[in-house]
Write a new protein. Structure first.
Length: 218
């Protein structure tokens, strides 16, 4: 226990002397204190870089830029300021020791840091044998020529024709023809449209639906 206490006291005295010695190297003079502020931007787009670490080198104090890349804190003349942000190269700035004013501002530019990652090869199949089997069993889709040949077959065209309804122009033409027929046959019996394909189509459709069958009397 005594050995542990002696070791702890030795470490504490060492750290105290280290901090005291560091403070003796750079005494704080009130005349050397300045309000150091500025904006951190990127070199390629000049856009502000938010939340950049702004640290005084060889010291335990600093600040961080806000959302607009602005920072402001108290520093000393002759301090070296390090600017650090992930994805950008670390940059530094030396505050001149010949300043006569108590305020000093800069625009710090950071350059993007290019990170080269190792090549990653991704295979869709775990083994070569599974790749061969999948390649042999692969069903390729028809090309444009085969699809066009299949669409021009009579059965396919008939199926497509049955699914397509009349467009606006055809409906308008049919309604005008019916109106002209009504005006032409006004006051008399209508003529039988033996040569009208639409009438024949309507007749055949009605005949298939059983419209001409005799209805049983209930």
């Amino acid at each position: 226990m005594k050995k542990f206490k002696a070791t702890f006291i030795s470490i504490f005295l060492f750290l105290l002397c280290h901090d005291f010695g560091f403070a003796q190297k750079r005494p704080i003079n009130e005349k050397d204190l300045i309000q150091f502020s500025g904006v951190v931007v990127s070199a390629d787009s000049l856009q502000p870089i938010p939340f950049t670490n702004v640290i005084i080198r060889n010291a335990r104090r600093g600040t961080m830029t806000d959302f607009f890349g602005f920072f402001s804190f108290v520093a000393m003349k002759g301090d070296t300021i390090d600017f650090q942000y992930v994805g950008f190269k670390t940059s530094s700035y030396l505050i001149p020791d010949s300043l006569t004013e108590r305020h000093y501002s800069i625009i710090q530019i950071l350059v993007r840091d290019t990170i080269n990652l190792k090549e990653a090869v991704i295979y869709p199949w775990p083994t070569k044998d599974e790749f061969k089997r999948a390649f042999v069993e692969l069903k390729l889709s028809d090309d444009d020529l085969k699809r066009a040949q299949r669409n021009i077959e009579l059965a396919s065209m008939k199926e497509i024709q049955d699914q397509v309804s009349y467009d606006g122009s055809m409906n308008y033409k049919m309604s005008e023809q019916q109106r002209q027929t009504q005006l032409y046959t006004a006051g008399q019996y209508r003529s039988i449209s033996l040569l009208n394909p639409l009438a024949w189509a309507a007749f055949i459709q009605a005949w298939k639906e059983g419209a001409f069958k005799k209805k049983e009397n209930k």
